[in-house]
Design a protein around this ligand. Structure first.
Ligand SMILES: [Mg+2]
Length: 95
């Protein structure tokens, strides 16, 4: 059901509009991650964590629509898997 709703939203607003929205949400996620990282030095950073989670959810929703709009879900998964393998290899090569 969620996938159908995401496709409905993506089709309603169109690929270009949602790509700009992805950029906007990614910028908000970047700011929220920075604020959370800075707040981690305080005793209570739960508000910043909650905000970061909300922004991460926004980006996940926009990435799902991006994958639908540009029919690149398989490519996203393949490249993501490659990047994970590359990071693991780099970790194994660390002294
Ligand atoms: Mg947002």
């Amino acid at each position: 059901m969620t996938e159908k709703l995401l496709r409905d939203i993506a089709e309603h607003y169109g690929a270009q509009h949602q790509t700009f929205k992805l950029a906007e949400e990614a910028a908000e996620l970047s700011a929220a991650a920075t604020r959370f990282a800075l707040a981690k030095t305080r005793a209570d950073s739960s508000a910043e964590l909650d905000h970061l989670i909300e922004e991460a959810a926004d980006v996940l929703v926009m990435i799902s629509q991006f994958a639908f709009n540009y029919n690149c879900e398989d490519k996203l998964k393949t490249i993501g898997d490659e990047k994970i393998r590359r990071t693991i290899k780099r970790m194994e090569d660390e002294p």
